[in-house]
Design a protein around this ligand. Structure first.
Ligand SMILES: Cc1cc2nc3c(=O)[nH]c(=O)nc-3n(C[C@H](O)[C@H](O)[C@H](O)COP(=O)(O)OP(=O)(O)OC[C@H]3O[C@@H](n4cnc5c(N)ncnc54)[C@H](O)[C@@H]3O)c2cc1C
Length: 279
């Protein structure tokens, strides 16, 4: 194994352009599992640990920018993130145990592209954008478009995740984060939900954003549900209608962790109780 240890982003992008088959290494929590399985044998490894600037979290009045190398623990500690993006803070607090949260990064979580990435439903409802950098330049991709399938992203050769930009949301009337797994901690989810709801003065729904994880190859916003509930009162009848629409937006599968039937039923219940304020 050859280890490249750049000291700056510019150097990292240059080295990656010269060696596009290299494996980026951030916190290493997923990487070490792959290494153990022999997947890093004879590979060039691009260690990102020296890119201090990519670990920073910066907040303005309108945007919070989280460097790709910010760890799950860094995110939980940051005052502006705690105030404006509490669903992301809650999700980061459920990633593995403290050791994993201290090493695992947000960029690594996204690049790993597991259907069960805990940070994905919050980032989806917060309308995040992912900034990709290469020696050719930078581009931003809406969060929902960064995944191309299970463990696949739209990153091109030589591209790294540099940062995640999140618009500061106006304060929601209600917010939800729920991870449903076999255990309360250290679990890979069967389903996950994040929701933001804004009510108008007359009590009707001004806007709903609702995302599910672990239900499809990639995180899903429930577009049909979100459109259906707009302008309506969040009562039990609407909750029933919305729950019936979930299957239009996402078709869960059976796998070793759960069944499609369970996943769908739990997600419908989470949505219905969120709408009627029963969560
Ligand atoms: C015991 C255990 C428990 C876990 N529990 C959870 C959990 O509950 N929820 C959850 O979501 N995840 C969990 N994970 C997975 C993992 O910890 C997270 O996905 C973590 O955020 C990965 O970040 P990392 O910095 O360690 O990535 P690394 O392991 O360093 O990298 C992961 C992948 O991303 C690539 N990569 C990393 N950074 C970049 C970048 N900036 N640009 C481009 N590519 C990059 C690497 O090449 C690699 O393919 C768990 C892992 C373990 C070992």
């Amino acid at each position: 194994m050859t280890l490249l240890r750049p000291r700056s982003a510019a150097e990292a992008l240059k080295l990656y352009a010269q060696s596009p088959g290299a494996l980026p290494l951030a916190g290493g929590t997923d990487f070490m599992v792959a290494w153990n399985a022999g997947l890093a044998n004879d590979r060039v490894v691009l260690d990102l640990a020296g890119l201090e600037a990519w670990r920073r979290i910066a907040a303005t009045k309108t945007t919070i920018t989280i460097g790709a190398l910010a760890t799950h623990a860094d995110i939980q500690r940051h005052t502006a993130v705690r105030r404006h993006l509490p669903l992301l803070v809650e999700a980061c607090a459920m990633v593995g145990g403290l050791q994993i949260q201290n090493r695992g990064t947000l960029g690594g979580n996204i690049a790993n592209a597991s259907p069960a990435g805990d940070t994905f439903p919050p980032l989806a409802v917060y309308d995040a954008e992912v900034e990709l950098a290469s020696a050719r330049g930078r581009r931003r991709v809406p969060f929902g478009s960064v995944f191309a399938g299970v463990k696949k992203t739209v990153l091109e050769p030589g591209e790294l995740i540099a940062a995640i930009h999140v618009p500061v949301p106006r304060r929601p009337t209600r917010a939800l984060w729920r991870k449903v797994g076999t255990r309360a901690a250290q679990a890979i989810s069967k389903t996950m939900a994040a929701g933001l709801l804004w009510l108008a003065r007359d009590g009707t729904i001004a806007e709903l954003r609702f995302a599910l994880g672990s239900m499809a190859p990639t995180v899903r916003r429930l577009a049909s549900v979100e459109a259906h509930v707009k302008g309506r009162r969040p009562d039990r009848e609407l909750a029933r209608e919305a729950a019936a629409l979930v299957a239009r937006d996402v078709a869960p599968i059976d796998d070793i962790r759960s069944t499609a039937e369970y996943r769908l039923a739990v997600s419908q219940n989470l949505l219905a109780s969120f709408l009627t304020r029963e969560t």
